[in-house]
Design a protein around this ligand. Sequence first.
Ligand SMILES: Cc1cc2nc3c(=O)[nH]c(=O)nc-3n(C[C@H](O)[C@H](O)[C@H](O)COP(=O)(O)OP(=O)(O)OC[C@H]3O[C@@H](n4cnc5c(N)ncnc54)[C@H](O)[C@@H]3O)c2cc1C
Length: 380
Amino acid sequence: MTSIDQAARRTDFAVVGGGLVGRLVAWQLAGAGHHVALYDRGDESGTQSAAWVAAAMLAPLAEATSAEPLVVALGAASLEKWPGVLVQLPEPVFCQRNGTLVVWHHADRAEAPLFERRLRANAPAALLDGGFLKLAGAQVAQAEPALGTRFAQGWLLPNEGQLDNRQALKALSAGLAERGVRTHWNTSVDAMLEARWIIDCRGLGGKPALPALRGIRGEVARVHAPGIGLMRPVRLLHPRYPLYIAPKENDLYVIGATEVEGEDLSPVSVRSALELLSAAFAVHPGFGEARILELNSQCRPTLPDHRPAILWDGVRTLRVNGLYRHGFMIAPEVANAACELADALASSAATTQDAFAEFRSNARWPELLHGAFAVAHAAP
Ligand SMILES: Cc1cc2nc3c(=O)[nH]c(=O)nc-3n(C[C@H](O)[C@H](O)[C@H](O)COP(=O)(O)OP(=O)(O)OC[C@H]3O[C@@H](n4cnc5c(N)ncnc54)[C@H](O)[C@@H]3O)c2cc1C
């Protein structure tokens, strides 16, 4: 038995993978009184995770143009839940609910009705009601003064939000310490642990157990641009390079993101850097004087149906994966659902096929939950 196994045996739950979901799950289980250990092959800051690179926009309505209804519903519910999570963490996290602004250049105006049609077709009425405001002329400048008269039209989605991904990872790490979670950073776990219950939150690193999982590469730029003063994430419609600019604290902007099939974790390409930065420059010429702090890439962990999944192997492992491009947007609800199932398994309330089926039928998000007997994605 390895020293990792020896440590794991002393815990109720061994959480493997401490990116976004793993940290949340470990923190919540520890808060419920369980003994929890967390293992991550990367460092405490989370630099090996997709969460480290993400823009962390919480935008279920804007995402409804392409996301599954389940994801949109999880996103809407999680948007309400984030403040309650953050307030319990021992360190502050920038979290804003100031909406999303969608704009487009005149040459790309054909994109606008397509976007609107998809949004209206896919979004639940509750999100659309008061959540989608058409702006024209001076209204764009009123909503986002930094853009002046550059855009003749736009849409304000006033209920959406964003947070600072790196502050969230750091605050969660402090929260883990506060709740007594035994953390093992820089510790890769590639074989089954000798723990009572294992929760596999390895993101793309979980592919050996979930061969259907794939990576979708995303590239972002982080720039420092004093004096621009965007007040909320701005999305630019474009036929080939849809882009967002997410303003964080202290004039920091996350500009993203490409979406490329494949698990290529190499540095950002010149083409992508040019596309991202020139699109930002076209939104506001002030980005010409911005300082590039970082160009970075990561892969979004994605299942074939582009939906997240919580998979129980029927024995002692839960896998939480497939959060794709919506991890921050949906994490509070997904982590909560995983913890409820973990609790039920630990208290022997769902450990047979029938009991699991009953638990699933009473769960808030039954579509998230899959047992080994009904698993479409897991390895045999
Ligand atoms: C460019 C980009 C932009 C994004 N923008 C947004 C956005 O605006 N809004 C949004 O909601 N989402 C966004 N996302 C998506 C979000 O980042 C992911 O959905 C989320 O990070 C997935 O969380 P996770 O915990 O499953 O995986 P990760 O965050 O990747 O964490 C997985 C962890 O597992 C660890 N690990 C892997 N293998 C092992 C192993 N063998 N042993 C131990 N540890 C292991 C890794 O080190 C990592 O820390 C974006 C993603 C990218 C790449």
